[in-house]
Design a protein around this ligand. Structure first.
Ligand code: RFL
Ligand code: PHB
Length: 389
């Protein structure tokens, strides 16, 4: 088989890139090691920046998001028994869209099917080859047979554990990492949210986040030690712990009900540089991971896709390679700003086992600063709604 762009990974970055390319008449094939239902079973991001919303529109996969997504003008920072609202719209003129990654992925998959895009699911041992040379290709196995796809470019959209980044010789790649000493225990339940906007809580017992997927489906998280076992967390125990970490106004509004998803996610910051190796491009989580506190992971994947799509479009339609040559530099500039923001939100809102009283006092000072300075609140808001592309 031959295609112009072979895309490894059918998560949000692979699907979004594939759809933009298809719409521009650029041939592409997506390969994923797992099946559609498995991908749709992953519960992850919930907050989309305006830039991400715009890209979904450009892809033609925005109808359901606009009908069912919740547009939010602000969110709350809860601490010291109080609730302080960050008015995103007043501070930046921008909003965010609350719409689950699962739904966004489903919309992109449906759009791909409608436009006859090729996706090969359950492809085993996918491997990119010869991306340092003139004739790159990808091999994989399916149903016991070996296959080869010749291509011009390979997009590594295969997440943190994917094969693309691992295929790059170690001496050609630099990585930067920070592991945080706790995780997030999250649940999904069909109960109405404690508030119509998100609540990020800093509490002596640890961080908590009240998010949602709709006006009747809540997504709640609490900070937990890394060695915590999911079996030890009944729904009742989870809600009780969440309630204790919220100010009264939200604790009293907490509606409980059976969860249908419960998982623990570790928190890390990670960046690989550069994001281009010959004809192989790393995109999204394959190149970088941020802790979820700033809601940036999926949005960064989308901005990478924007830069790469511009490069590929200019290459094929305008015979210009300058945007492609600029991909890694442009993407990394924005990546590092989001890495910084996600790190600072994480430092501000969590209890650090080794932080001590000094760390505690710094958090209190910063929260006080954010509540009393419009400039500080505007900086937080500008980053939260998403920096320009
Ligand atoms: P994905 O979604 O991991 O998709 C990668 C795909 O590649 C496939 N794959 C392979 N295919 C072939 N061969 C291989 N060897 C392969 N290895 C892997 C996988 O099967 C998969 O289908 O990466 P992508 O597309 O770059 O998307 C990134 C986002 O998923 C991620 O950044 C976000 O989910 C992060 N995130 C959040 N981001 C936000 O912008 N806002 C949020 O509110 C937000 N909340 C979150 C989050 C992530 C979380 N977890 C669990 C990590 C909340 C949580 C709890
Ligand atoms: C979510 O709804 O899953 C979510 C929202 C905001 C975050 C992280 C996760 O910062």
């Amino acid at each position: 088989m031959r295609t112009q762009v072979a895309i490894i990974g059918s998560g949000p970055s692979g699907l979004l890139l594939g759809q933009l390319l298809t719409n521009a008449g650029i041939d592409n094939v997506i390969l994923d090691r797992v099946g559609k239902d498995y991908i749709l079973g992953r519960v992850r991001a919930g907050v989309l920046e305006e830039g991400t919303v715009g890209l979904l529109q450009e892809a033609g996969a925005d109808a359901r998001m606009h009908a069912e997504g919740l547009s939010h003008d602000g969110f709350s920072l809860a601490f010291d028994g109080r609730d302080h609202r960050i008015d995103l719209f007043a501070l930046t003129g921008k909003r965010v869209m609350v719409y689950g990654q699962t739904e966004l992925t489903r919309d992109l998959m449906e759009r791909r099917e409608k436009t006859n895009g090729v996706t090969i699911y359950d492809a085993r041992n996918v491997e990119p080859h010869d991306f340092g040379g003139e004739l790159p290709f990808v091999t994989y196995e399916k149903d016991g047979l070996s296959h080869r796809i010749d291509c011009d470019f390979i997009a590594g959209c295969d997440g943190y554990h994917g094969i693309s980044r691992k295929s790059v010789p170690e001496k050609s790649i630099a990585t930067y990492e920070r592991i945080y000493p706790f995780g997030w225990l999250g649940i999904l339940a069909d109960v109405s949210p404690v508030s119509h906007e998100l609540v990020y809580a800093n509490h002596p017992r640890g961080f908590a986040l009240c998010s949602m997927r709709s006006t009747s489906r809540s997504r709640y998280y609490i900070q937990c030690p890394l060695d915590e076992k999911i079996e030890d967390w009944s729904d009742d125990r989870f809600y009780e712990e969440l309630r204790r970490r919220l100010p009264d106004v939200h604790a009293e509004a907490l509606v409980t009900g059976p969860s249908f998803e419960k998982s623990i996610a570790p928190l890390r910051s990670f960046v690989a540089e550069p994001m281009r190796f010959g004809s192989l491009f790393l995109v999204g989580d394959a190149a970088h991971i941020v802790p979820p506190t700033g809601a940036k992971g999926l949005n960064l994947a989308a901005s990478d896709v924007h830069y790469l799509f511009e490069g590929l479009r200019d290459h094929y339609l305008d015979h210009s390679n300058s945007a492609l040559a600029a991909y890694s530099g442009r993407a990394l500039k924005r990546v590092w700003k989001s890495v910084r923001f996600s790190w600072s939100m994480t430092m501000l809102m969590h209890r650090f086992p080794e932080g001590g009283e000094f760390g505690q006092k710094i958090q209190e000072a910063e929260l006080d600063y954010l509540t009393h300075s419009t400039a500080a609140a505007a900086s937080l808001a500008e980053n939260y709604v998403g920096l320009p592309y």
